[in-house]
Design a protein around this ligand. Structure first.
Ligand code: FPP
Ligand code: MG
Length: 289
């Protein structure tokens, strides 16, 4: 299990969740040992969820490396995911405030519901914007919100401020996932560390698809992904979406969440961490991987 965990750990990643924990702690007075444990715990929860997700999605590549489920097998991946998850909870025991544990457990429950909703919503072409937004809130935004909030709570930050940090994380998380869903269409396999176009191939209806389906002609092409179409036809459908205005409209949507994140940030006390949080939020809007 350690080998498998290291395999994923060494593949790297953006580590944005621990960065948010550490920066949010700067709004209070912190014991670096405790805050570090929270930062590691948040990354481990994210990692554990990805190990399980790759089993669910039958994915062979993650961060440019074979997934645990493809290098070993599904059973192995489930055990390793659970092991990584348990390790994260072990680290969290160093936080004494029960509020932190309530927030984290609630976030994990929502994350799990988000993943199940994603499975249920596959190929459900009649789903709407609200379904999509609720799903990405659960599967991505809440864990980023929790990273910000828990870093602050571990540093004894007052409630008004840690709630604002959670809101900042939520808006950044929404923008982050929308950008991710756009990159799945516009990115290259090298940039993404996994094949592009994978979401639609798996029946995952993301924001660019929802916008593209507003056009009746495009919609009639897109619904074909449910049939057993060949890879040429799939590439053609992806090209149609890329060449429509759906990408631009999705990015505008992502920017609206970023603006909200920056507004909340403005209301926070001034310190150096605030400037870094702003830079990270802006990077998220421009990233390529
Ligand atoms: C990636 O989604 C997956 C998630 C963001 C969450 C997965 C959550 C679980 C499996 C349940 C919780 C489990 C634990 C152990 C806490 P994606 O498939 O859209 O993204 P990808 O392209 O990166 O695979
Ligand atoms: Mg996946």
């Amino acid at each position: 299990m350690q080998q498998a965990s290291l395999h994923l750990l060494q593949a790297g990643g953006k580590r944005i969740r621990p960065v948010f924990v550490l920066l949010a702690a700067k709004f209070g007075r912190y014991d670096i040992q405790v805050v570090k444990d929270v930062a590691v715990a948040l990354e481990l929860i994210h990692m554990a969820s990805l190990v399980h997700d790759d089993v669910i999605d039958d994915a062979d590549l993650r961060r440019g490396r074979p997934t645990i489920k493809s290098k070993w097998d599904n059973r192995f991946a489930m055990y390793s995911g659970d092991y990584i998850f348990a390790k994260s909870l072990e680290l969290m025991t160093n936080v004494e405030n029960p509020v932190a544990h309530q927030i984290l457990s609630n976030t994990i429950v929502e994350l799990t519901i988000g993943e199940i909703e994603q499975i249920k919503d596959k190929y459900r072409f009649e789903q709407n914007l609200r379904d999509y937004l609720l799903r990405i809130k659960r599967k991505t935004a809440l864990l980023i919100a929790a990273s910000c909030q828990l870093g602050a709570i571990a540093a004894g930050v007052e409630e008004e401020v840690h709630r604002k940090l959670a809101r900042f994380g939520y808006f950044v998380g929404m923008s982050f996932q929308i950008t991710d869903d756009v990159l799945d269409f516009t990115g290259t396999e090298k940039e993404l560390g996994k094949p592009a176009g994978g979401d639609l191939l798996q029946g995952n209806i993301t924001l660019p698809v929802l916008f593209a389906m507003k056009d009746e002609k495009l919609r009639s092409e897109i619904v074909k992904v449910h049939e057993n179409i060949g890879s040429d036809e799939m590439t053609h459908i992806i090209e149609l979406i890329k060449n429509s205005n759906a990408i631009e409209k999705s990015l505008e949507f992502s920017d609206r969440y970023l603006d909200k994140a920056l507004e909340v940030l403005d209301e926070l006390p001034n310190n150096k961490a605030k400037k870094t949080l702003r830079d990270i939020a802006l990077y998220i809007g421009k990233r390529k991987s």
